[in-house]
Design a protein around this ligand. Sequence first.
Ligand SMILES: Nc1nc2c(c(=O)[nH]1)N[C@H]1C(S)=C(S)[C@@H](COP(=O)(O)OP(=O)(O)OC[C@H]3O[C@@H](n4cnc5c(N)ncnc54)[C@H](O)[C@@H]3O)O[C@H]1N2
Ligand code: MOO
Length: 407
Amino acid sequence: MISVAEATRLVAATIRPLGVEYLSLTLAAGLVLREDLRADRDFPPFNRVAMDGIALNYAALAAGQQEFRIESTQFAGQPPVAVADAKAAIEIMTGAMLPAGVDTVIRYEDLTFRNDEAGHRWAAVQVPAPRAGHNVHSQAADRRQNDLLVPAGTVLGPAEMAVAATIGAATVAVTRRPRVAVVSTGDELVPITDTPAAHQIRRSNGLMLQAAAETAGALTEAFHFDDDPVALRQGLPALLTGFDAVVLSGGVSMGKADFLPGVLRELGVEQLFHEVRQRPGKPFWFGQQPGGAVVFALPGNPVSSFVNFYRYARPWLQAVQQPAVTVVAAATIPAVLTQPVDFKPPMTHFLLVSLEPGPDGRLLATPERAGGSGDMASLLTSSGFLELPPDPEHFPAGTVLPVWRFR
Ligand SMILES: Nc1nc2c(c(=O)[nH]1)N[C@H]1C(S)=C(S)[C@@H](COP(=O)(O)OP(=O)(O)OC[C@H]3O[C@@H](n4cnc5c(N)ncnc54)[C@H](O)[C@@H]3O)O[C@H]1N2
Ligand code: MOO
């Protein structure tokens, strides 16, 4: 049996960056960018009016002029009007391009209007602008043309999507999504549309692991096999060659129907480890098909599958999407135990916790009253799991430990 550190190292050693594909930006949210995105124009691209009101020449205001004749009106999306009279103003809307000849905007709230007998509209400034350029978002104030905005390797989140859209990156180079086969095994498991007999349960690990893998960027397909070595021998080879990763659940411990480790080895999958000094998830089996898929055979108990997915498979899925990552990043943050915890076995203990910010801003972790690794409902009320090292046996309240967050 190996340690969690050794298991982490062996999983990390199988990380190979996936290839690049060119996708419509509309399909790329959440994927990893594989090219640098640079500004096609200045940000903003023109002197942009920031308030609805009037645009005028600050020099006139500074010279004591209080009332301005409205020469014309300009809306956003219109080319800038020509300003004929340096002492007049343009009625102008937020988002419009500031015309040459005016430099300052006074908002409607700071103006009063009147019409004269000749039919001209006049605006009287009630609150003078403090400086030239007031209420104008100047061209290139934020970024300059050709500035690096989003470097390769960044995940395209909402902010990156906005910037990519504004520079017209209609097609982007991204890491292709990892293809993951999610496989449940077990004779006791019936489809979710069935009413289980008293001795049966519905298949839940498959959908759980598909959801977890999809949120890590994977494209998943679901499969199920009974505890039948013949069916496994027939069905698994296509998955081992057709996917980047195969995530199985169940059938890896010591029972008489736990055929997976033997069948996987028979099919040529190189076993990298079986059994890790950890709870839950001691029977975790991990291997790699030469030239094919990496195989995470997770123990079947729902909490065990879940925790081991988040501890090993999710970091792997994230790393293969990153061009430069060669180790599984420790996706943990420190949290403070609110209650003492005792755990005697010389194993790493993954402890489900709820999380809340403490008065000093540190994250407080309170252990869930979980009924063991079959208690899938305990996942509903926890937000992560602490990683307690194999020793000591006693962790007093106040101990700071790494937490793996899944919520
Ligand atoms: N003699 C020993 N027995 C067991 C050991 C051990 O070390 N020695 N380890 C225990 C631990 S720890 C775990 S975890 C389980 C893991 O066993 P398997 O991976 O072989 O899983 P199964 O026996 O197939 O299933 C365990 C449990 O989980 C339920 N399950 C499985 N798949 C699903 C699914 N897709 N959806 C919902 N529930 C599922 C299954 O019905 C069982 O109740 O072994 C212990 N035994
Ligand atoms: O993985 Mo097992 O959970 O330790 O029950």
